[in-house]
Design a protein around this ligand. Structure first.
Ligand code: NAG
Ligand code: NAG
Ligand code: NAG
Ligand code: NAG
Ligand code: NAG
Ligand code: NAG
Ligand code: NAG
Ligand code: NAG
Ligand code: NAG
Ligand code: NAG
Ligand code: NAG
Ligand code: NAG
Length: 763
């Protein structure tokens, strides 16, 4: 069912790592990096039992059976029986199925900065996979990370900040695996845009991402370490090339970086149009392929074994890696239901709608709020309310829409937007729009509610001649409704999806709508749901715009979640996961239109770039207000493991996620946060680290966050645990993570540009 452009992701390129270079295959190219689990190079840790079971399962099999496994076939023989995995798309809910839930998209989920909710959503999605008989989730996207603000899949991804993405994906992987399904993580690596990811089916013009070694490690590989450490057992390689070589045939990337450096013990599988070679994909490190497009068959792989193109040890390793995740998540003992058809009534939703609404509400960031003169938020039983914009209510048909935005360059959705396109488009069973939920509120509060659910409605065509005959004394026009309302709610969105990047970061039609309404309404509240960063410059400084709430795409309960925040049932606690710039040109990168895409901005994406260049953002990364206020206490920083910090370079054994000591907790940073306002609320306290010069790091990087719920007047203590890797930089010459000597500053605050207290430490 999936379109050929369905997923893609990442390919790293290659600086030969010291670790990887030592193990080369003797049986094929001497330059080929091998990463056979049987060589014992990896401490299997939490995967040890699964590895032993996988080895025992594969040991008696003959090559026919091993090849069947790796080419995603099922078999039953004297020795064993094996069922191919059932994988399907949908990081935030199953694609295509009826009677499944449409969860908030990952960009919204991440805006909660709430570890428990991230785990809970991924677990609930996993439960719906299990219930429909699917056992591999083509799931979490660490690629795209977010280099390109126009990137079409930013709504499926976490955030351009590698630290936050890493913490979030770890929660997600754990949550999903514990539902008894295999959390697939996509796409390895440097897949940062849709444009030219395919080239009319041919491979020659698929773009190549070229990043330097330091950028590769400090930004793009970083969150994969967390994913693998937490038990990611399936990794999808991507459509683009890296350093000129297709990701799924890229030995340096798959065997060098993913398996030898990040200690990945499971299987690599290709995106649907991402496998271009047969033996060299296998020797590069591709393990399992439901999408080999005929490149892997019993005949071709047997011939490869026979003539030496495919080493026997490699086939054995592929089979073991393919089987290991089955044991890791307990599919050997689970009672996985038979896979259901897309349309059969097997309702797997449980009570997930409650979680969906909670996440939606907790994810919205309050960017601006001027509640003097009775304006702004939260709303308090307004007498007259008007709703403006196509995003306020349902599209003319729905709730689901064309699956692909590929090639359309769609930037605005003419209806309430709750999902992106492509593999991010879960099948909505229903959609609560703001129109639904706000009408209900108006009924409860005895308010009066008007609407114009069109971005360009022309008052002249509406027939002013009806005038008073409309029955309310107010003709349906932007200005008439706006000037007669206690509060004017304007709804705007930005749409994108797999297969197409956005063509703009703001939309004139929508911005004109906001300005028109604000021109006649001194209490204009704007609700923004985005697929990626959206500029707000056209109207953000207008004093009549009293409040702005901003979030990702919220799934099936979208309208309820928005109303919960507008009316103060939920006190906003979302924080931006990307920087909102004043100008498009303030961002360091945009869509690459050529075959070679050089990541020349290096590690400086999102706020790292704004800080380096001293560019004032409109709203910084991490920003988000509350209906209450928070006061921070003194910050302290203490070394908790000086043994670990005694050596400059990481020295531990290679385990899942990287060298084991990278994950040692070495420093604790403590502070307190007081709720100094009149309402209960939650604050996301953020830890930013500034390094000594030797480390050559950005001005500050996020290295911790804690979301705390604090009742009015109360004080919470907040403690950040800093790992060795969090104070390390990638030493290109040494090909290892190093801790620089010198003074580190630990700044704690409410956003990346609102540091409330610092502590320093010399290491
Ligand atoms: C790509 O090439 C650059 C420059 O040679 C190198 O630093 C980088 O590590 C390579 N990337 C990968 C994934 O091999
Ligand atoms: C592998 O084993 C199966 C059944 O156990 C058998 O049918 C098949 O012929 C064997 N293949 C080879 C190549 O020996
Ligand atoms: C061996 O290396 C050559 C050149 O780098 C490459 O074309 C070929 O595909 C490699 N063979 C294998 C089995 O990896
Ligand atoms: C809007 O204008 C009205 C009429 O002048 C005034 O009563 C009200 O306080 C104003 N509201 C805001 C939020 O400024
Ligand atoms: C909005 O209304 C105008 C007329 O005022 C109409 O031309 C346009 O098609 C409408 N837009 C949508 C998306 O329905
Ligand atoms: C603000 O709204 C008032 C009507 O309440 C209007 O007279 C004024 O021009 C508006 N100001 C701006 C800057 O749009
Ligand atoms: C990349 O995409 C752009 C815009 O679609 C196109 O003009 C260009 O030819 C493509 N480049 C390659 C190498 O395919
Ligand atoms: C401190 O670090 C050392 C060296 O990595 C490690 O062996 C030890 O387990 C750590 N201690 C604690 C309490 O984490
Ligand atoms: C705060 O507490 C409320 C009420 O118990 C709960 O609904 C909400 O999820 C909590 N938020 C956080 C961030 O823990
Ligand atoms: C930091 O806070 C944690 C949790 O409250 C506490 O256990 C720890 O002792 C504190 N550390 C220091 C150095 O104050
Ligand atoms: C914290 O340190 C930074 C520089 O590292 C400085 O700009 C900022 O003003 C300090 N903030 C506080 C609250 O001390
Ligand atoms: C660095 C590394 O992982 N080296 C391994 C290479 O493979 C041999 C066995 O074939 C292991 O003993 C080494 O540890």
């Amino acid at each position: 069912m999936r379109a050929p452009w369905a997923h893609s992701l990442l390919a790293l390129s290659v600086a030969t790592s010291a670790l990887a270079a030592t193990n080369t295959s003797s049986s094929s190219n001497s330059s080929t990096i091998t990463a056979y689990l049987a060589d014992g190079y990896l401490d299997m840790g939490i995967a040890s039992d699964a590895y032993e079971k996988a080895k025992a399962f594969v040991a008696p099999l003959n090559n026919t059976e091993k090849i069947a496994i790796v080419m995603a076939s099922s078999f039953t023989s004297d020795n064993a029986s094996w069922s191919a995995y059932a994988n399907t798309d949908g990081v935030d809910g199953l694609n295509f199925y009826y009677f499944v839930s449409a969860f908030p998209m990952t960009n919204a989920l991440t805006q909660t900065w709430n570890r428990d909710l991230i785990a809970a959503q991924f677990n609930a999605v996993g439960a719906e996979y299990f219930g429909t008989g699917n056992n591999v989730v083509d799931g979490a996207l660490l690629g795209p990370l977010g280099r390109v603000p126009e990137g079409g899949r930013q709504n499926e991804a976490f955030t351009p900040d590698p630290f936050l993405a890493g913490i979030a994906v770890a929660e997600g992987v754990t949550g999903q695996n514990s539902a008894g399904v295999i959390a697939g993580v996509r796409h390895f690596l440097l897949y940062e845009q849709e444009t030219n990811r395919t080239a009319g089916g041919g491979d020659s013009s698929v773009y190549s991402s070229n990043a330097d070694d330091r950028t590769l490690h400090e930004v793009y590989m970083w969150p994969w370490g967390d994913a693998i450490k937490s038990g990611a057992m399936a990794v999808m390689c991507a459509m683009p090339r890296v350093n000129g070589t297709h990701s799924c045939s890229n030995n340096e990337l798959l065997s060098g970086k993913l398996k030898m450096e990040l200690g990945f013990p499971g299987f690599v599988y290709p995106d649907e149009s991402a496998q271009f070679t047969s033996y060299s994909a296998a020797t590069a490190g591709l393990d399992y392929s439901p999408y080999s497009n005929g490149l892997w068959t019993q005949a071709s792989l047997s011939a490869g074994i026979a003539n030496g193109s495919l080493p026997q040890a490699r086939l054995d390793d592929m089979a073991i890696r393919a089987v290991l995740p089955h044991y890791f998540v307990g599919l050997d003992t689970a009672d996985l239901p038979a896979k259901t058809s897309y349309t059969a009534f097997r309702d797997v939703r449980g009570n997930h709608s409650t979680l969906i609404r909670q996440i939606g509400g907790e994810s919205m960031a309050l960017l601006k709020n001027n509640n003097s003169n009775g304006g702004g938020l939260p709303l308090n039983k307004p007498h007259t309310i008007s709703l403006f914009g196509a995003h306020a209510g349902p599209a003319v048909s729905g709730p689901n829409y064309a699956w692909s935005v590929g090639g359309t360059g769609a930037d605005v959705f003419q209806g309430h937007l709750a999902l992106g396109g492509g593999s991010g488009e879960t099948s909505l069973p229903y959609l609560v729009t703001p129109f639904n939920s706000l009408t209900q509120r108006a009924i409860e509060d005895n308010s009066m509610i008007w609407w114009i659910m069109n971005n360009t409605f022309s008052s002249s065509s509406s027939g002013n001649s009806f005038g008073l005959a409309s029955g309310t004394g107010v003709a349906p026009s932007f200005t008439e409704y706006a000037s007669n309302s206690d509060v004017c709610l304007v709804f705007i969105n930005s749409w994108s999806g797999e297969g197409s990047d956005r063509s703009e970061l703001y939309n004139t039609e929508q911005d004109d709508l906001v300005s028109t309404v604000a021109g006649s309404c001194n209490n204009t509240v704007v609700v923004v749901n985005v697929s990626g960063p959206r500029l707000l410059e056209a109207w953000i400084e207008n004093d009549n715009v009293t409040a702005v709430i901003y979030g990702g795409l919220l799934g099936q309960e979208s309208g309820n979640a928005i109303a919960d925040v507008l009316y103060g049932d939920v006190n906003p606690s979302g924080k931006l996961i990307h920087t909102i710039a004043k100008n498009t040109s303030d961002y360091p990168a945009s869509v690459c239109e050529t075959a070679e895409c050089d990541f020349s901005e290096g590690v400086y994406i999102d706020y790292r770039w704004f800080d380096k260049q001293a560019i004032e953002p409109r709203f910084p990364f991490g920003h988000g207000l509350s209906y209450t206020t928070f006061t921070y206490g003194t910050v302290t920083a203490t070394i908790t493991n000086s043994t670990a910090l005694g050596s400059k370079y990481a020295t531990g054994q290679l385990g899942l996620g990287g060298l084991a000591d990278l994950f040692d907790e070495v420093i604790t940073v403590n502070t307190t946060v007081q709720n100094s306002g009149a309402l209960d609320g939650a604050e996301v306290a953020q830890l930013y680290v500034s390094f000594p010069d030797e480390a050559a790091q950005p001005v500050r990087v996020l290295r911790g966050f804690e979301k705390v719920n604090i009742t009015t007047g109360a004080t919470s203590s907040v403690s950040f645990s800093v790992r060795r890797r969090d104070v390390s930089y990638w030493d290109v010459a040494a090909q290892n993570w190093a801790v620089a000597s010198g003074t580190y500053t630990f700044g704690v605050g409410s956003s990346s540009r609102d540091i409330r207290g610092n502590a320093t430490l010399t290491i």
